[in-house]
Design a protein around this ligand. Sequence first.
Ligand SMILES: [Ca+2]
Ligand SMILES: [Ca+2]
Length: 237
Amino acid sequence: MPRRCRLIASALLALTTAASASDNLLVNAEFEIPGAFGPIVEHTGYTFLGESAADEWYVFHNTEGTTVTSLEPSTINPGGMMMRVKTTGTSNGIEQVLGAFDTGPACVKTGVWVYVESGAILTGAGNGGQTAADTFLTTTGEWVFVSAQNTLCPVNLFIIYAASPGGAIFYVDGAVVEKLDCIGPPGDFNQDGFVNAADLSILLGSWGVCRGCDADLNHDGVVAGADLAILLANWGC
Ligand SMILES: [Ca+2]
Ligand SMILES: [Ca+2]
């Protein structure tokens, strides 16, 4: 990375970190603290595989594969550490649990600095095993701050996963999950604080191609079954 870009990236990281440090629901968000098995940890298998190279960050596989995590000197935050994640399977990556299932804020903003070496990644937040792909990153070879508001609620889990066939190689640093003040969770279209039948009728009334409309919860330009599934998952949140 050119020196100027690196300086700007460092300044941005410092700003995002300073602004959010006190409100960050994540711990070890800067990947400074090695885990019990660190600083290089290899997991092979399926489902929950244990702690990564970084304390409080865990490796989870949705497909069979191998993931190697390692803490290395950060290239975006000089003097600090970042984590390298190399995974051979799609939908495999790292996650942090923020609280118990069915607990946590209805609305959050998530963000993390990511440098993808190969493949593509997604980030998401949600309730236990039910997380949405809130961001997709296909840019390789540069640091990018990926940020989104949650789709599923309540939020007690934050994930950073490979979204490409065959896995991905990526670096992460400076992650944040911040509670947002909201009247109601995603799907509360009429803003009465709850997701219920009134919101369902709004969604059904928007059914079909509907670019930019509120009921398009997954932002794919169509109000369809995927949006209905999100609304039903957030029912009563
Ligand atoms: Ca509502
Ligand atoms: Ca949609």
